[in-house]
Design a protein around this ligand. Sequence first.
Ligand code: PMP
Length: 374
Amino acid sequence: MGRLRPPRRELEGLVAYDAKDVHADVYLHANENPLDLPGEVLDKLAKRLRDVGFNRYPDPLANGLRDLIAEANGLERGNVLIGNGGDELIFDLLLAWGGPGRTLLDLPPTFSMYAIDARVTGTQLVEIARDPRDFSVDEAAVLERAAGGDIDIVVVSNPNNPTGNLVPETFLIDLLKSTDALVLVDEAYFEFSRHTMRPHMDRHPNLVILRTFSKAFSLAGMRVGYLLGSADVVTELTKVRQPYSVDRMSQTVARMVFKERAVFEAGIRDIMRRRDVLLHGLSSLPGVTAFTSEANFVLFRVEHASAVWRDLLHGHGVLVRDFSRTPGLEDCLRVTVGTDEEIARFLAGMDEILASRAAAEHFGASARAKRHED
Ligand code: PMP
């Protein structure tokens, strides 16, 4: 029999990210845009298909797309880096600023990839948990820790996935001033929160902003993200990144979508409006607490939740994300803002589950009372 030596020790006990690829009628588990690309963009794309040049390697740095994004943000090409989704850029940042002997400061509960990438790159993880009542950050504790001198990267998801809240801008400015660590402000949901740290970039060389085409721009299936940062940061990242990670097709589509981004504005506004419908619908259900969100999803808490809740909703054809086993998010689930019909279907499912639970409890209680009488 042949043998195989084990991989790096850091992988021991690490569980691969599971996107839970199950079928449902309504997908509200991954913060995607419920709508595919607008018809006019798809038509243009179909016409462009013959000119993509599938036989040629792509431009390694996607300079055409970099220039468009740089111009829109009042920056130079050298301040922009494109990645195979924001996920790849987070990994690149950990490769360049993390690694053995280096430390990431994380503020859980938050996007799980930060901690996973820290583990995979051998980066030490320091965590300062958010307040479990409203998911606010312990600002004094973070500022003190970041100023300690041994932190190499701080990451703040803003708005925070999966809790939906923003941190105060004053806190981020204080953080940038308090440390020379690279501060990654993850603005994956920027188009819904309308809040960005871009105006502070010029004064803070340690600020890096992450954005994505996956949410507002309906391109989760294409894998394109970008970061904005000082030219020095971008140069270092080009040393660790995979040269051809953003393929020709993705570059073509992302350029087209970015040029046409005004077309998406109405859809983004609709999502923001429906986010309120979803929030109010959830809040009016008995025993449900929904948290205000600045993104395209809503976190909510139900009494005695477990993975079973996710399965019960799946039974009603609706897929949501279960967080009930994540520390600080006990009894919590996250639902993406879908179309009006999808939200109605989700809320009807919740209503039915709650009603049948209440009935079960009622009958359970009367059965117990009856036994007692006997
Ligand atoms: N950051 C945050 C906070 C996210 O929620 C996501 C997507 N789940 C990403 C980054 C990465 O998105 P993508 O790789 O699709 O660009």
